[in-house]
Write a protein of this length. Structure first.
Length: 210
């Protein structure tokens, strides 16, 4: 990136030497509180209250499968009750080929925090905030045999304009090594949130087969 600095050239004209010089304006210092507000960026914090937001789920994969490994999640619920945070959402049908829900929870200290550790009978997660984005990296252990239905994976891929073979490859990859990342943006409430969030917690991750 290039940065160009322009200089200020002052020329004096003959016959104007006796004119009074123009005094520069005295700059007024910023109020300390105002200056601090300008310099300090807004801190990133994991939500300390319940809400429901639009999200995405990404499965680690090769560059060739990257587009097929990115899924929309219509609703990610985050509930905070008695200093315990609960993350709840449904894994994308196009990834698992059926109905598989995930619920993880963990303690939250009072005050703003940037990272929360979550766990459940199905696995573990670590949620970190950066700006309005919350990213939860997860490792699952007992979701059962996946994908539930390969035909559903292929059909959903066609609806998403993704090559079915690529989606099946991602689904099989996830079935062998179920790790992924769910993200949600606290500036984008889900359609069911009524514009202000509101979710619920659960005891543990579970799944049902179609």
């Amino acid at each position: 990136m290039r940065i160009f600095l322009s200089g200020l050239v002052v020329s004096s004209l003959a016959g104007c030497a006796t004119s009074d010089p123009v005094q520069p304006e005295t700059s007024q210092p910023l109020d300390p509180e105002v200056e601090q507000a300008v310099v300090q960026p807004a801190s990133s914090q994991v939500p300390s209250s319940s809400g429901s937001w639009v999200g995405h789920y990404v499965v680690p994969s090769s560059p060739a499968l990257a587009s097929a490994a990115n899924f929309a999640v219509p609703e990610v619920k985050w509930t905070v009750l008695a200093n315990v945070a609960t993350l709840h959402y449904d894994l994308p049908v196009g990834l698992v080929g059926g109905n598989v829900s995930v619920t993880l929870n963990g303690p939250m200290t009072s005050g703003g925090v940037t990272t929360v550790q979550l766990t459940t009978g199905s696995g573990t997660g670590s949620c970190t905030a950066a700006g309005t984005i919350v990213t939860c990296s997860e490792v699952f252990g007992n979701l059962g045999a996946l994908p539930v239905n390969t035909t559903i994976v292929q059909t959903t891929a066609s609806q998403d304009n993704i090559a079915p073979a690529a989606r099946v490859a991602v689904a099989n990859l996830f079935g062998v090594d179920p790790i992924g990342t769910v993200t949600f943006d606290v500036s984008q409430p889900s359609a069911d949130s009524g514009g202000h969030g509101g979710g619920h917690g659960g005891g543990g991750g579970g799944h049902g087969h179609d």
